[in-house]
Unconditional design. Structure first.
Length: 221
């Protein structure tokens, strides 16, 4: 079984579009009909995220971690217990392409680090966008790490020790552990997702905070 795991904290605005894209990706012809299970880990949601999730054919797990690393790890453990051979991670404010999961499997490696793109820059100045474009390199062989676009085999995940209970950069630490464990990692630009550039981001020190830092006149890329 292939598993898709999505942490969500107060994501009623974006969650439906995220789930719809995951459902489409889960039935891609390139998967050969292999079973796919989608798990939304609702982390201390006080909005209507749970209601949104229940409208769709996905699994839901509720927790109160307020810690993205612990929440990703909890979701991963639940899916490993259900027999997942591959763990695909994204975020609730992200939309994946139809071939997203099929491509991860097709690469036949231990882990896949994909890239993200932003289509709506309305909350940011032109200068922020220009600085982002100058800093971010969506090319094969990149070294960007995003919890919003990460796939790992169950064996490699367990060998590396899984996500640590960190409030930020849990994805970076896991990839570093994967490298130390000898995992074969593909850094690809062909596997990309579209994510939010909102200023009211959910995870401190994550992608949203990085975008806000680009507005600082003292920013050094």
């Amino acid at each position: 079984m292939l598993a898709i795991i999505v942490p969500a904290h107060n994501e009623e605005q974006f969650l439906a579009n995220c789930i719809k894209s995951l459902l489409a990706a889960s039935t891609h012809i390139g998967l050969g009909g292999e079973q796919v299970e989608i798990l939304i880990v609702m982390d201390d949601c006080t909005d209507d995220s749970l209601t949104v999730g229940k409208r769709h054919d996905v699994m839901i797990h509720v927790c109160k971690n307020r810690n993205v690393g612990k929440t990703r790890a909890e979701g991963a453990e639940l899916m490993l217990q259900r027999g997942a051979r591959w763990l695909a991670f994204t975020d609730a404010d992200t939309v994946v392409p139809c071939s997203w999961l099929a491509d991860q499997i097709r690469f036949n490696v231990d882990a896949v680090c994909g890239v993200v793109e932003v289509t709506d820059w309305s909350e940011h100045s032109d200068e922020v966008r220009m600085r982002y474009d100058a800093h971010y390199r969506p090319v094969d062989g990149h070294r960007h790490i995003h919890g919003a676009n990460l796939g790992i085999s169950a064996a490699a995940y367990k060998k590396a020790g899984g996500f640590k209970a960190l409030p930020a950069h849990e994805d970076v630490h896991l990839v570093e552990d994967l490298e130390r464990s000898g995992a074969v990692i593909l850094w690809t630009a062909t596997n990309r997702v579209t994510t939010s550039a909102r200023k009211n981001c959910r995870c401190r020190e994550g992608f949203g905070d990085f975008l806000k830092s680009l507005a600082d006149p003292l920013f050094i890329g």
